[in-house]
Design a protein around this ligand. Sequence first.
Ligand SMILES: CC(C)(COP(=O)(O)OP(=O)(O)OC[C@H]1O[C@@H](n2cnc3c(N)ncnc32)[C@H](O)[C@@H]1OP(=O)(O)O)[C@@H](O)C(=O)NCCC(=O)NCCS
Length: 185
Amino acid sequence: MSLTTIIPLLTTDRLVLRPIHNDDVAGYTEIWSDPEFTRYFHRPTDPDGVWHALAGCMGCWVLTGVGPWSVVEKASGQLVGQAGLWTEPGWPGIEAVWFLRRDRWGRGYATEAATAALTWVFAQRPDLTEVVSVIVPANAASVRVAERLGMAYVRSEFLHDEAHAVYAVSRAGWVTPTTRQQAYG
Ligand SMILES: CC(C)(COP(=O)(O)OP(=O)(O)OC[C@H]1O[C@@H](n2cnc3c(N)ncnc32)[C@H](O)[C@@H]1OP(=O)(O)O)[C@@H](O)C(=O)NCCC(=O)NCCS
């Protein structure tokens, strides 16, 4: 993959997935500073650390051709989280990733955003046989998002000094889940 990599803009019923911007640092710092948010998901909480983490996200796009998007809520225009893809050396594959600011939990946004990313990557990469998700087992909400995406538990792996459950959905098994928008009105 080269520097000509283009990060597409994806839209869903309620969300826009757009490239991460330099001026997203304040929004991510606020999201990651919530102790409830970081219970199972460790992220820097100072603006300098946040900037470097976001630079890593953009680096993932450049180096691998996949990466995460900033998730913007259409109704408010607000940055509400991040979703998309991730991979790094030693990772179990291309991973679907998701997180939301706490006041947007429980609306089905994570499933909706991840669905757009999975649909995109399966179309973009004809050779891709599966997409995984790497989750701390106690993170019940995230496990539920994986299940809603049709992922099933595959095995346990020790990654970044922590035990993680690896979930996966195969290309053959990928069926776009119905968004939960109706359920949440
Ligand atoms: C994981 C996360 C994105 C889920 O967001 P969400 O808005 O609650 O997701 P959804 O609305 O799609 O709900 C997903 C499911 O989890 C369930 N759920 C939510 N919180 C739960 C909890 N604490 N325990 C058990 N189930 C929970 C919901 O009821 C829903 O289940 P259902 O489909 O059977 O109704 C959100 O909790 C988050 O951002 N957490 C912090 C960051 C993080 O851990 N990211 C994932 C790293 S792997």
